[in-house]
Design a protein around this ligand. Structure first.
Ligand SMILES: NC(=O)c1ccc[n+]([C@@H]2O[C@H](COP(=O)([O-])OP(=O)(O)OC[C@H]3O[C@@H](n4cnc5c(N)ncnc54)[C@H](O)[C@@H]3O)[C@@H](O)[C@H]2O)c1
Ligand SMILES: O=CCCC(=O)O
Length: 507
């Protein structure tokens, strides 16, 4: 059924992918990248990557296991011995070349991203621009990482501080932002002299492979960037190896809190450096002083980006009783205009869910809510007239604390609205969970803005704003939403350690 396309040219391979697999005519075989070589799995096995909009196979990628991952780690460790000694200027220039190539090819990358994730093409282009901005940012930041000389209390001593690269880093990334999550981690790590082994999500490895083709063209030496692709069957073993192998200095992971916890445990023995960007359960509070039009428009962006499959997506809507009816009415009038469908169709704003597991989760959460008394205002069921993995944009009211939509992140296009009376009540509900990634609120009252921003137990707060992610800002959570910050001038800290050198007996 599937044809081999044996051209060795990455560019040709990308074009074939778009002209064949993406359009649904046939699939092709991709390769992983280890030590500067495009390579298959030692086992010879492949796994299929399909378009969630229509189930068609887009391509097949090597199903790599522990032996492949070990080779990638060894290569990255060997490459680190030279890469750590390159100058910040050298690294900055290579990153800049990578950025330029990613920009030149952003339309092609976005097509691949839509084909494997179902994300509407316009949104996929937006993600590529967003992801590229991290490569640009860290190419610029590379030369700004500087040490210090601290005056000692003893005249014959000097205290020097250097930031040195930690070594090989394992990057494990999710399917919801196949480009941006790799860019945000890899560019930061590479900019300070670390080498990387990337393990993209099994649903979306093609965007990652495409990105690495441009990294190769940009001139990263062999072994500095490696990408291993693994099916769900191998992901846990490969992850364990990355966490436990003594040549790996650190792990950076974005994904579920469940897997984050496993990685945390696995990293404990080796006291590995660990960056975790895990799940959220973002509150979005609309106070009575809010500009309701701003609140509705921002809420739609926050909720429906990537069809609700975003870790910072608003999950629990809290609306003050005075404006509850007006807000719901305005919101529903806009939700009913949203166009859902195949990401390649013009005007489509919402794609499918990524896989059956996500569809089942969303269906189960809505069923749980309605069975406990929630009211469906719009939607509330799978949109199987569009395809197997589509779920209608949904608004639920009458939410109570015993429902899953109240306590857990749904990761789907469902808005659950809770009515509250006082600011204190809204803060209590917002903070009544064990995760704290993002929180949003809408208010025109300046004292309330400072008060609520301070009291929300989240790592990030959007005030009168639903889209807060950018390269310049520190992205990350508190509580069980994770450890560390990505992006911003703090985004290299996970990848460096502080070396204190004392120079003594100076005369
Ligand atoms: N925070 C986020 O950005 C984010 C992203 C994706 C999913 N999620 C959440 O996770 C839920 C499940 O989605 P998912 O199953 O794709 O996420 P996941 O956490 O299972 O997968 C994320 C990455 O971890 C890898 N992985 C899976 N099990 C592993 C293991 N034992 N050791 C090492 N790596 C492993 C996967 O291959 C993938 O690369 C979603 O419903 C959503 O709530 C959150
Ligand atoms: O879902 C995870 C990341 C989303 C973002 O970077 O805005």
């Amino acid at each position: 059924m599937f044809k081999y396309f044996l051209s060795k040219s990455p560019t040709f391979q990308s074009l074939r992918l778009i002209q064949t697999g993406v359009q649904g005519a046939a699939s092709k075989y991709e390769k992983a990248y280890i030590n500067g070589q495009w390579t298959s799995a030692i086992s010879g096995k492949y796994f299929e990557v399909s378009n969630p909009s229509n189930g068609k196979v887009v391509a097949e990628v090597p199903d790599m296991g522990v032996p492949d991952a070990q080779i990638a780690i060894d290569s990255a460790f060997s490459a680190f011995q030279n890469w750590k000694n390159t100058t910040a200027k050298d690294r900055s220039q290579i990153l800049r070349r990578w950025y330029n190539l990613l920009v030149e090819n952003q339309s092609k990358i976005a097509h691949i991203l839509t084909a494997e994730s179902g994300k509407p093409l316009l949104e996929a282009k937006g993600e590529v621009v967003y992801g590229n901005s991290f490569v640009e940012w860290f190419s610029e930041l590379s030369r700004q990482v500087r040490g210090e000389i601290i005056e000692s209390s003893v005249p014959s001593k000097k205290i020097l501080i250097h930031h040195q690269p930690i070594g090989v880093v394992g990057l494990i990334t999710p399917w919801n932002f196949p480009h941006a999550m790799i860019a945000r981690k890899a560019a930061a790590a590479l900019s300070v002299g670390c080498t990387v082994v990337i393990k993209p999500a099994e649903d979306t490895p093609l965007t990652a492979i495409e990105m690495i083709k441009y990294a190769e063209e940009a001139g990263f030496p062999p072994g500095v960037i490696n990408i291993i692709t693994s099916s769900r069957d191998n992901a846990a073993d490969v992850g364990k190896l990355l966490c436990e192998n003594h040549l790996v200095a650190g792990i950076s992971f974005t994904g579920s809190t469940t897997v984050g916890r496993i990685l945390y445990r696995q990293c404990a023995n080796g006291i590995k450096r660990l960056g975790l960007e895990l799940g959220g359960n973002a509150p979005l509070i609309v106070f009575k002083s809010a500009n309701l039009d701003t609140a509705v428009d921002s809420a739609l962006v926050s909720k429906f980006r990537n069809c609700g499959q975003t870790c910072v997506a608003a999950n629990r809507f809290l609306v003050q009783e005075d404006v509850f009816d007006a807000f719901v009415e305005k919101l529903v009038s806009k939700v009913q205009l949203l166009k859902m469908g195949d990401g390649f169709q013009n005007g489509v704003q919402l794609g499918p869910l990524i896989n059956e597991q996500q569809l089942n989760k969303v269906t189960d959460f809505v069923h749980d809510a309605t069975s406990k008394g929630a009211k469906v205002i719009i939607g509330g069921k799978p949109a199987n007239y569009l395809g197997e993995l589509f779920y209608e944009p949904t608004v639920l009211t009458g939410i109570t604390s015993d429902m899953k939509v109240y306590t857990e992140e749904i990761f789907g296009p469902v808005i659950s609205i809770i009515k509250f009376k006082t600011e204190e009540e809204a803060i209590n509900i917002s903070n009544s969970c064990d995760v704290g990634l993002a929180g949003y609120f809408f208010s025109e009252d300046i004292s309330q803005i400072f008060r609520v921003s301070k009291n929300l137990e989240t790592g990030m707060v959007g005030v009168n704003e639903g889209l807060i992610s950018c390269a310049e800002a520190p992205f990350g959570g508190i509580k069980q939403s994770g450890l560390g910050r990505e992006g911003s001038h703090l985004g290299t800290e996970d990848y460096t350690y502080i070396k204190y050198t004392c120079i003594g007996n100076l005369s």
